[in-house]
Design a protein around this ligand. Sequence first.
Ligand code: A3P
Length: 272
Amino acid sequence: SVISVNLKETTNSSTSQRIPGAIIIGVRKGGTRALLEMLNLHPDVEVAKAEVHYFNIDENFHKGLDWYRAQMPLTLDGQVTVEKTPGYFTASMAPARMWSMNPAVKLLLIVRDPAERLVSDYTQVLHNRIQQNKSYQPLEELLLRRGHINLNYKALQRSLYHQHLARWLAFFPRKQFHIVDGEALIRDPFPELQKAEKFLELPPRIMPDNFYFNTTKGFYCLLSAGHDKCLDESKGRPHAPLSNEAFQKLCRFLRLPNQIFFRMTGQTFDWC
Ligand code: A3P
C-alpha cells in the first residue's frame, strides 16, 4: 500500500509487526497471489510478500509465534496484516494451529474450477521439475490408472475442496470464511475486491481504475500511485495438454465432490 508506506516513513515509531488479522489459506493455483496483491492496494492493508508456511510445516511451526510475527510487515494501528500460504488449506494440522493462535482470524479462501486447478497444479510441478532437470510423467499417466481416476494423485486430492473445508469447519464457523470466486477475479477483479473489503470491514478504497486489462498478458494488471504491476509469468501460463476425454472423466468424477462443497459453503460456482 503506497499511501501507508509513506505514512510509515513519517510515523515510523508507531509501527510494529503483528500477527495477521486475515489469512489467505488457499487454494493452491486458485489465484492466491492475485488476491493478495490486489488487497494490498488498500491503504489499510499490509501484506507479507513471501509465503510464510508457518501452520503447515512443522519445522517452521516449532520456531514459535515470535518467528511467525517476525515474518510480517510493519503496520500502523488500525491496519490489517494479511499473509497467504496456499498450502494451509490442505494441511491437516493447520486449522487447529491457526485456531489456537487466534480463533477470530478472518479466513480468505479463493477457489477455482477444481479440474482446471488440477491441470494448473500439474503445470506448476512440471515447470519446477523441468527447471531442476528432473524426470516427469505426462498428466494423463498420473491422473488415470487403468482408465479410472487415480485417487492417490496428490493434485487430485488437493482439488477435493469439501474434504479440506470440512476440517476447517470443525474449528471455525462458516461466517469467518470469505470465499472468493477465482474465475470471477480473473474476469473482473473489482467486484470481488469490493466484497473482500466488506468482509474485512475496511472502508472502500480500492477503485475500478486500480485495474486495467493488459492485452499482452491476457489478464488484469494493477495500477497504484502511477505504478503499473502485472503478476509474474508463472501466473497465467499455458496449461499442459490433457485429452478432452480424460478432462471430461475428471469433470464427471468431481461432480459429486463439487455438489458437497456447494452445500457446505452455501455458494455455487460455474464449474465443469
Ligand atoms: P494459471 O497459471 O493456471 O492460469 P496462485 O497465485 O494461487 O498460484 O494462482 C495462479 C492463478 O492465478 C493463475 O493460474 C491465474 O489464472 C490466476 N490469476 C487470477 N488473476 C490473475 C491476474 N490478474 N494475473 C495473472 N494470473 C491471475
